[in-house]
Design a protein around this ligand. Sequence first.
Ligand SMILES: [Zn+2]
Length: 439
Amino acid sequence: MTLVLPEWLLIAADRPAQRSWGVRVVGDVIDEVGPRDQLLASYPDDDVVDAVGHIVMPGFVNAHVHLYGTLAHGIPPVAGDGPDDFWSFLEDYWWPKVEDALDLDMIVAATDYVCAEMLRSGVTTFYDILEAPNALPDALLAQKEVVERRGMRGLLSFEATERAGPGIARLGLEENLRLIDACDPAGLVGGIMCWHTTFTCSADYITEAFALAGDRGVMSHAHVNEGVHEGRWAEERLGARTVEFYADLGVAGPRFLASQCVQLSQRERELLAELEVRVSHMPLANCEVGGGIALMPELIDAGVVVGLGSDGYVNDFYEVMRGAFLLHKARLQDPGAMPAETVLHMATEAGAQALGLEHIGRLEPGWSADLQVVDASFPTPVTAHNIADQVVLWRNHSDVRDVMVAGNWRVLGGEVLDADLDQLRARTREQATRLWKAG
Ligand SMILES: [Zn+2]
């Protein structure tokens, strides 16, 4: 039994912060929250983690990451002019230079390094999407081993696709199933069924994947309208826009996570809300690929559950939060758009909901003991009314002191336990060099 006793306790994004409150952790869950003195008096024999001068708040949920994406940071540009739209970004660069050239050693190195990097920035749960057609089979099982060793809560998936022929298409679905079947439902690692998009997967293939997910009681996931390309393609080739097509197919619903959702029609936005489709938002990566700015405040107002993700681009979750916090204010010319509390909610509980996970993202009794201890020495006073703004705007990964996942400390004093970051980084750089030569 452990008492974690900070200066400020942020139980959840939608609750006022409590000064001099703490949490009691028993096993892998939060047992009790309350005033510091009361907890100390009630549980004199518990271990005490003193976090005076710090904020304790829920761990982050990175609802969409490509762990292997790190290997592509700074990759030499493609010959010629380089990608000039989203389609050529995929076809001329991302597929041939990165995803098709990935092998197991590269994937394992990136997984290990990025898991440590995410832990360091307060992320306790993540959802990874791997597309590496030439690393099949066994890529997901290799990743599972790494994530379990790091002690993170990770949902893994392979982005199944028909773009590389029927053999790879089959292997992709099987890879997801083998991972899902290999995971202990009570464990930290699980699986999600995943296919790429409507422009690389047929209706029959998507229907089959969705049914297989239903059989196993797991969520399904696809990238949806990351730029203007997919919606237009679907209109021309399928006679309906992407979300309309998914609705007709019976896929769009609460068991479907539609990530990106950058370029939606009015009708598609209405359908996401009506059918309770889950959504994840990647503000910084949307900028990177020139996809546009997703209408997330509008979707949230319509009642859609929206999580936040790094997309494997900038993985420091404080940076990702700032992207979500600032981008929509500029677009809407409204400083009140996307308040810090909403961003924190997306980064915690809503992210877990988007992934179909329960009792994750709040520090309430019975909820998972996934938390972070963050330095609270700001140059201006912290108050209950400004704490969300202080955290979202003025903290970085380097301010995270300790991180707990399911009752176990994974970061202490800013050090990721059992991880030599220099060595993990060096191994990743070695594998990135191989990838750059291979692609
Ligand atoms: Zn993505």
